[in-house]
Design a protein. Structure first.
Length: 78
């Protein structure tokens, strides 16, 4: 931002950043839920469900923001 003027490109960049951080927040919430399910599980099936949810959430946190950033990357000048 220059001189306090917010351009359309600034708004798009801000919204994309918020979307990537939102994906991280969803991943963290899923990981916490997976840990709670696995930690309080009475059966093997619930433990496996919690572990699966934890692993899927870790994958979301690691991959989705990078995929979004690559998709939105500015193309090199021709």
């Amino acid at each position: 931002m220059t001189g306090g003027v917010v351009t359309e490109a600034d708004r798009v960049a801000r919204n994309r950043y918020f979307l990537m951080m939102g994906a991280n927040c969803v991943g963290v919430a899923g990981a916490v839920l997976g840990l709670l399910i696995a930690g309080r599980a009475q059966t093997t099936e619930l433990t496996m469900l919690g572990g699966t949810l934890l692993l899927a959430s870790l994958w979301v946190m690691a991959v989705i923001p990078k995929m979004l950033a690559r998709r939105w990357r500015t193309p090199p000048e021709a």
